[in-house]
Design a protein around this ligand. Sequence first.
Ligand code: GCU
Length: 325
Amino acid sequence: FKLSKKALLLVTAFGAFYSANTIAATEVKISFNQSDKHPQYQALQEFGEAFSKATDGRYKVNIFPNELLGDQRASLELVQNGAIQMAVVANPLVENYDKTFTVLGIPYVYANTAHQEKVFTSGILDELFASTKKLGFEVLTAYTAGARSLYVKGAPVKTKAELQGKKIRVLQSDTMIKMLSCMGGTGVPMNQGEVYTAIQQGVLDGAENNEITYVDLKQYEVAPYFIRTEHLRIADLLVVSDMFLSMLTPEDQATLRKLAKESTVKEFKLWNAQIKKAEDMAKEKGATFVDLDTTEFQQSCKPLQEELVTTPAQKALYEKIIALK
Ligand code: GCU
């Protein structure tokens, strides 16, 4: 049985086409600590698809939600040593390596979400975000996580005095512990995955977070009083391994950076669209939202604001943020 020359050519061409299209794409793993319903997950998914498309399928982005690859602290280490390519980590975790980041998470530094969006998209953070290269990673962009408020079990706490003796979970950084003591309570640093059980078992009286996370992780079940202190708007940072970056061509790197920045704009939109829904859902499940005049907490956080902005780099960044108010 002999193939005609034409058929042979066709078979060869098909073979070449087939193998070119089956060369395994390089996997890009992103570690994420919340669910696939979260606005950041959705923004990342779009970002991943766009990057894969822009690189003709040479890269395939897979997002691992719910701390599947580890909590934020562990994920940042995996990114640093190149075991995974990217992760979303809250600003206080990066601040542990470089104190200039502290300025991005000072209590009451942003007027509102719109002010924060200006800060994240104006380019004033580019230099800071590139500066972590020496630590084995870079920050590609920042996402909003709204305003954080206190939530507790038992009964609502509305004043500094009422917060006294209350153990409130905070993110793992000194600043967050100091912040809670300025507000009158006791900050207990802990990774997110343990918070629900710790409140349930009485190790904690409550925690502090935004409405979407409160609902996403069903924490209203154990801490049904949500008090609108709105004391923080911390950035969530999309970090990328320097090892992975250095494997990319300059063009692919540029694409990755550009698409990551675009995903921030998308994430703010998704966030704003979902915040009300989250609150309604929590109420439906029995949570009580308590409005509050935040003057007392703002006043008690003032000395901390001053304590946190000391180096020339911190002062310069602080001025730039305030100027965008
Ligand atoms: C927010 C934030 C997360 C963070 C979490 C926490 O949800 O978006 O990045 O991990 O709070 O308090 O742990």
